[in-house]
Design a protein around this ligand. Structure first.
Ligand code: 5GP
Length: 192
């Protein structure tokens, strides 16, 4: 998506360790006009899939998931990061290793908000090694619901997450794929 690629080029900060910082419009300050355009694109891609719920993970996925769910006319459910190990029977849980914080977290959603009739579109800001996405897929499967696919704002194509999840037969649509990121800040986007 040209609009997103241009914005990444304009505002990006490339950090050591392959981290792309886009705090000015996605990960700290949020540009609602850009979020709306991205949401429309996810709707165009998944409109025939009978989506009943948009699932994301707190916190950065929520900004894009909300306008996306509005396009589909459904609710957003965001997985929470658990602060305690003893979660109740009322929740589905999955394990996620955080790329940015280098910690192992449990994530959970209430059983009340996800069930086997749901057709779930998973939305997130970044796809790197795929841990967050795999955890969200686990939650959907624990509920017996169906993953219709994933909508990702920025995929880092030089990491393995996209490959792993597509190999599982899950549709992944990324609005910008960064195939190369040099420490001097140069990026190359995959032609899509
Ligand atoms: P994964 O689980 O695919 O390894 O990483 C995805 C999660 O880590 C995303 O939810 C995102 O919050 C964070 N993340 C991974 N790589 C980056 C990055 O380069 N920049 C930012 N801002 N977040 C990232």
């Amino acid at each position: 998506m040209k609009l997103l690629e241009d914005r990444i080029e304009k505002d990006k900060v490339v950090l050591p360790g392959g981290v792309l910082k886009v705090d000015s419009f996605l990960n700290h300050q949020i540009d609602p006009v850009l979020m709306r355009e991205m949401a429309r694109e996810f709707y165009r891609l998944y409109k025939d899939e009978g989506v009943t719920k948009v699932l994301t993970i707190e916190a950065s996925g929520i900004g894009i998931a909300v306008p996306c769910a509005e396009e589909f006319g459904v609710s957003v459910l965001f997985a929470k990061k658990a602060k305690t190990a003893n979660l109740s029977d009322e929740v589905y849980t999955a394990d996620v290793f955080s790329y940015t914080h280098k910690t192992q977290n449990k994530i959970f959603v209430s059983k009340q908000y996800l069930n086997e009739s749901d057709r779930v579109l998973i939305v997130d800001d970044f796809l790197a090694n795929g841990q967050a996405l795999l955890g969200l897929i686990d939650l959907v499967r624990a509920a017996g619901a169906t993953v219709v696919g994933a909508g990702i704002a920025v995929e880092k194509g030089f990491q393995n997450g996209g490959k792993i999840v597509r190999k599982m037969g899950i549709r992944v649509e990324s609005l910008a794929i960064v195939d190369e990121m040099k420490e001097d800040g140069t990026l190359s986007f995959r032609k899509q």
